[in-house]
Design a protein around this ligand. Structure first.
Ligand code: GDG
Length: 733
């Protein structure tokens, strides 16, 4: 196993001052630390981070023994980086609290400089074969800094908080620096598909970098973006929750609370966790119900957090005011409706609370994932509890049987909590069981395994840049192959592959040279030639009326065999209602972008911007892509960006499917060659049999086996291949 270097803002230990200058070292508790500890131990690696307190000589020695490496940062710089840029710019913005964000360039400078210090420290330790795993939003510039210092390292990055929509992210003044920082990684992990999509869209909109199947190409490397929701350490949590100490605690709590139902909130005191709105929903529930004023109580543990930041202390004041108000309104001697604690409790006490609670009230306004929800589920294999979970917590995508809350809807949230309190045991069990199994199976160790195996596999699966070859070199291989094949299939893309692009789209009719090549191909015995194009069938039909080749139009929607007059639709007739809403949007973008226009196809709409100004066209296309993606999410369509086009087309219709159709109907072939130049051709390249040949025209990543520079090279290649087939003995094979 390669050595793993873990990097996080804080080391997984707390240095405490005891008497005088004496220090003690405590391992931090919590899922991430217990999850990463086995990896740290097994890989014989190091963990690099800020120590919190300056370690004395003895503590340093102890850290070294545990292979923990402190990064030294001057106090003022650390504050500007941590409390400053990390927590007053990135944290609020990434949680959609745009107006709380302060984007001070001096703080960004501190952020950059601390990331630099981390990079120097890691680089001083890293060996070329090491795996480096960087954690979280405080270190988003680090991957690129490491890439420069240790170019061959495998670098993974995991973001523990949400990645916001590109519309929100683009508010950040340092947005391109942050995105470029991340691009140093080989693998970027986030908690949910939504965050992965958001990040990909930001790469596209802000840097113009396209992702293909979750990977993008940057500086000659491939960067993958994947969702890997973190798990909890279920064994650790359950051991604490079912310990003797927790048993005692539970008995004591039950004795004091009596037969009231308990609703439990466990949150760091952070404005993203939505405590005031939670309290308002609780107030709403009590105001309408005598029954729950007597029959239920809310235990709210607020864990102190980032107390040096103003917005956190304001939040604390507001929470305490609301607790006081509600207890004043609905309490009676010896009985308060909210038991509020501003402190940290032990894992055992926490576990006892989970076991006690009839309802876990988890209502963040935004949360990367939320471990509390999973911890509660892990302690409830008795099936007796109800999880009420905000739809704005990443965990909701795995915990679908929870009662969903929209924390902004105070009435609705109150109603859901009432529903939870009233829920019978049967339904509680039915909801809890599947969640329990899911949480136990996908624990933090599984998460570590999955991320690490994705990181180490990245190289194997990544999309390559195919080698650029001269047409003669290619012909040297393909000519003899075609010459000796019994049955051969050539499937040729048209625009950009066989024919150069023209300034105006409709001017790209086939040249005499192309028609001559196609005629020669048609005359070859045993060779079937298809033009597989995205163009509409009327144009193709007209242009190739005299050529002895078969035609596939509109990315696999229609087929016309050579010699036939009739087109046949492939697949079922499409549902095209989406066109009505898309057309006006495309029209609007065409009006704003001189030179752009719309093409109407039977199962697609295409926005062309080849004739628009370069920079304006690119910018509008990026924006249009993102508008369409929002608008059409969940519709049966695909949005593709090709060579200065955006195509919106019926799902399930693609060139690859058309290839499979022909191959099934007429195959197997002894020789297959497919050519293409853009994203739509990748649909065939990716599905070809292993022994088929594929040639991409132009540079960039592709699953084609080889690439050539221009359509001219493809024509030269075809001529040479025709020659070889005609003269089967003259090839030297
Ligand atoms: C970030 C993301 C993402 C709480 N009170 C006590 C205590 N805790 C423990 C809980 C839980 C952890 O703290 C809180 O985790 P969360 O996930 O709820 O929230 P963040 O701290 O904001 O974490 C979050 C997470 O990273 C992981 O990727 O899920 O979305 O914001 O484990 O049990 N532990 C102890 N005493 C307490 O009083 N011992």
């Amino acid at each position: 196993m390669s050595r793993v270097i873990l990097v996080s803002n804080r080391l997984p230990v707390t240095i405490r001052r005891s008497r005088g200058s004496e220090q003690t070292l405590d391992m931090s508790a919590g899922g991430l630390v217990t999850g990463l500890a086995p990896l740290h131990a097994k890989s014989n690696g190091v963990w690099i981070g800020h120590p919190g307190e300056n370690p004395n000589a003895k503590t340093l020695e102890e850290l070294e023994k545990r292979r923990l490496v402190p990064v030294d940062v001057p106090t003022r710089e650390y504050r500007s980086y941590y409390e400053g840029y990390s927590n007053t710019a990135l944290w609020p913005l990434f949680h959609y609290f745009v107006e709380r964000g302060e984007f001070d360039p001096a703080q960004f400078e501190a952020y950059r400089s601390v990331n630099e210090r981390f990079a120097d420290k890691v680089a001083s330790i890293a060996e070329p074969d090491d795996l480096i795993w960087v954690h979280d939003y405080q270190l988003m510039l680090l991957p690129e800094m490491l890439r420069q210092r240790v170019p061959s390292a495998r670098i993974g990055f995991f973001l523990h908080i949400p990645f916001p929509s590109s519309e929100t992210f683009r508010v950040l003044p340092q947005r391109t620096q942050i995105l470029r920082g991340l691009l140093g990684a080989d693998l970027i992990g986030v908690h949910t598909y939504e965050y992965a999509e958001n990040l990909q869209r930001s790469f596209r909109r802000l840097l113009g970098i396209e992702t293909v199947r979750g990977a993008l190409r940057y500086s000659g490397r491939s960067v993958r973006i994947q969702s890997h929701p973190i798990g909890i350490d279920t064994d650790e949590m359950r051991a604490a929750a079912f310990s003797k100490k927790a048993d005692h605690e539970l008995v004591e709590l039950k004795r004091r609370i009596g037969d009231r139902q308990v609703v439990l909130g466990i949150d760091r005191l952070d404005y993203t966790k939505g405590l005031p709105l939670k309290l308002m929903a609780w107030r709403r529930l009590l105001s309408g119900s005598q029954r729950w004023r007597r029959g239920a109580m809310l235990i709210q543990l607020a864990v102190p957090s980032r107390e040096n930041i103003d917005s956190y202390s304001q939040q604390k004041d507001e929470v305490e005011r609301l607790v006081g108000e509600i207890n004043g309104l609905y309490g009676s001697p010896g009985r308060v409706p909210i038991h509020y604690m501003y402190q940290t409790v032990s894992r055992e006490e926490l576990g006892a609370l989970y076991r006690l609670a009839d309802v876990a009230f988890v209502s963040p306004l935004r949360d990367g994932l939320n471990l509390v929800a999973k911890e509660y589920v892990a302690c409830r294999d008795d099936g007796g509890g109800v999880l009420a979970l905000s739809e704005f917590a990443g965990a909701v995508s795995e915990l679908g049987e929870s009662l969903r809350l929209n924390p902004w809807d105070i009435e609705g949230t109150a109603a859901q909590i009432e529903r939870a309190l009233e829920m019978d045991f049967g339904e509680r069990q039915e909801r809890m069981r599947p969640m329990y199994h899911r949480v136990v199976q996908n624990d933090v160790h599984r998460w570590v395994e999955r991320f690490m195996s994705a990181l180490t596999e990245a190289e194997v699966e990544e999309l390559q840049v195919p080698p650029q070859l001269q047409s003669q070199v290619l012909a040297g291989t393909l000519g003899p192959q075609l010459a000796t094949a019994g049955k051969a299939l050539l499937m040729l893309d048209y625009d950009g592959s066989l024919r150069e692009f023209t300034e105006r789209y409709e001017d790209a009719e086939p040249t005499p040279e192309i028609l001559e090549i196609l005629t020669s191909l048609g005359e070859l015995d045993g060779v079937r030639t298809y033009i597989n194009s995205g163009r509409d069938r009327n144009t193709l039909g007209e242009w190739f009326s005299g050529a002895p080749v078969s035609l596939i139009a509109e990315h696999g929607s229609w087929i016309r065999e050579a010699g036939d007059a009739k087109w046949t639709r492939m697949g079922p007739p499409p549902d095209l209602r989406w066109k009505e809403s898309v057309r006006p949007v495309l029209t609007e973008y065409s009006e704003r972008t001189p030179g752009a226009r719309i093409e109407e196809k039977s199962s697609a709409l295409v926005w062309h911007y080849r004739e628009a100004d370069d920079a304006l066209g690119e910018w509008q296309a990026l924006e249009l892509m993102s508008v369409l993606e929002d608008m059409l999410s969940g519709s049966p369509v695909e949005i593709l960006s090709g060579a200065r086009i955006i195509e919106i087309r019926q799902q399930g219709v693609d060139k690859g499917r058309a290839f499979e159709h022909v191959n099934e109907l007429l195959g197997p072939f002894d020789f297959i060659l497919v050519t293409g130049d853009d994203r739509t051709d990748e649909d065939i390249f990716a599905r070809l049999p292993d022994d088929a040949y594929s040639v991409k025209v132009g540079g960039g990543q592709s699953s084609a086996r080889a690439a050539v520079g221009s359509p001219g090279s493809i024509r030269r290649l075809l001529r040479a291949m025709i020659g070889a087939r005609r003269d089967r003995t003259g090839t030297g094979v």
